[in-house]
Design a protein around this ligand. Structure first.
Ligand SMILES: Cc1ncc(COP(=O)(O)O)c(C=O)c1O
Length: 371
């Protein structure tokens, strides 16, 4: 196997393209001398809320914390149950457990790889307090169905938007549908910081106010603690970087969609199943995940042609040693298990050149003939 000509991701390249702009905003923060909370964070929160179409955004330390804090701000207490997708990554589960709640795994749709609304009802118990649909790979879950069910049962919806900055459903952006949305700004995300970061978005003033308290030791006034919170703040440097990068997000997402269209036309009709953009949704291709029966062979062919790939995720939550206890006794999670054996993520990021995209697409077409 030769070294990959096309790495799965290349953050150094991405940062280099915006170096001057980032250095300028970092200098601004260095000079201002306020590094935690303050003006930079306020500015980012206002801009990001407006981008998402919500009234408020509350910057926190990570996407995992955003899930925990959103659930706590929504009033969940230890022992509550939270329904989520079995094929998500472990951080969703860590976020739910952070609020003391018990995750309840439900299988995903075979077409969109998002939580299957038809399977939610049988997982609802008297202790179910929330549903966390995961807008996995950059596409919104079936929000209409999920919100309808939640309303019928009096259950809260907190969207896991960690992979879906700018994704849309019926022309509205991810994060604006549930009581709250939880975002991650991990560096590889569609909107990524230069370190860890996250945000809770909501249009509910009480949820926003509680999230603001919870991220800062539950402190309302100096040394007056009205909630049992934590330290989970988005620092000023990351906030300033994110404000600068947010201006480019739509352009980057557009480029992701363009690359996805190229891959689709190269692979359509082959042995590889390409991602489906469901009706009413605008996919932002955080990851371009195909499905192939002979996945390992396919992957090796790509590697031999200089294309690095990844698997998101090779093991469903219920098969992880730490989370085996989440395997339901009376419901199947068969789709998440089957997908784990067949999915493969191709390199797709805005800085990929046309030539590189062509190389990935051609290698994919060759591998699909082989597999
Ligand atoms: C779907 C999903 N949920 C939650 C998270 C957690 O975000 P973070 O890594 O910022 O804690 C991530 C990212 O890792 C994610 O991809």
């Amino acid at each position: 196997m030769q070294a990959a000509d096309i790495p799965f991701n290349d953050l150094a390249r991405h940062t280099a393209r915006h170096r001057k702009e980032l250095q300028d905003v970092m200098a601004r923060v260095l000079n201002a001398g306020r590094y935690v909370l303050g003006e930079e964070l306020d500015r980012f929160e206002t801009t990001f809320a407006s981008y998402c179409g919500t009234r408020f955004a509350v910057g926190v330390a990570s996407g995992t914390d955003a899930i925990t804090i959103a659930l706590q701000a929504a009033g969940l207490v230890p022992g509550d149950e939270v329904i989520t997708a079995a094929n998500t990554c472990v951080p969703t589960i860590v976020g739910i457990e952070g609020a003391g709640a018990r995750p309840v795994l439900v299988d995903c749709e075979e077409t969109t790889y998002t939580l299957d609304p038809a399977l939610i009802e049988e997982a609802i118990t008297p202790r179910t307090r929330a549903i966390v649909p995961v807008h996995l790979y950059g596409q919104c879950a079936d929000l209409d169905q999920i919100l309808g069910l939640a309303q019928r049962y009096g259950i809260t919806v907190v969207e896991d938007c960690a992979q879906a900055h700018g994704a849309e459903y019926d022309g509205r952006r991810a994060g604006s549908f549930g009581l709250a949305g939880a975002f991650s700004f991990y560096p590889t995300k569609n909107l990524g910081a230069l370190g860890d970061g996250g945000a809770v978005v909501t249009s509910d003033p009480d949820v926003a106010a509680r999230a603001r308290l919870l991220r800062n030791y539950g402190e309302r006034e100096r040394f007056e603690h009205v909630l049992r919170g934590r330290n989970s703040r988005l620092d000023a440097l990351q906030a300033a970087v994110l404000t600068a990068k947010l201006k480019h997000l739509d352009g980057w997402n557009e480029r992701r969609r363009e690359l996805a269209a190229r891959y689709r036309s190269a692979l359509d009709g082959s042995s590889a199943s390409v991602p489906i953009e469901a009706e009413r949704r605008r996919h932002v291709y955080h990851l371009y995940v195909i499905r192939v029966r002979e996945r390992d062979r396919f992957r090796e062919t790509l590697a031999n042609m200089g294309v690095e790939t990844a698997i998101h995720y090779p093991t469903p939550v219920q098969r992880q040693p730490a989370y085996a206890y989440l395997m339901p006794v009376d419901r199947s999670l068969a789709i998440s298990e089957r997908l784990a054996a067949e999915i493969l993520s191709l390199p797709l990021y805005p800085d990929l050149s046309d030539e590189e995209a062509l190389q990935v697409a051609s290698a994919g077409a060759v591998a699909a003939k082989d597999a």
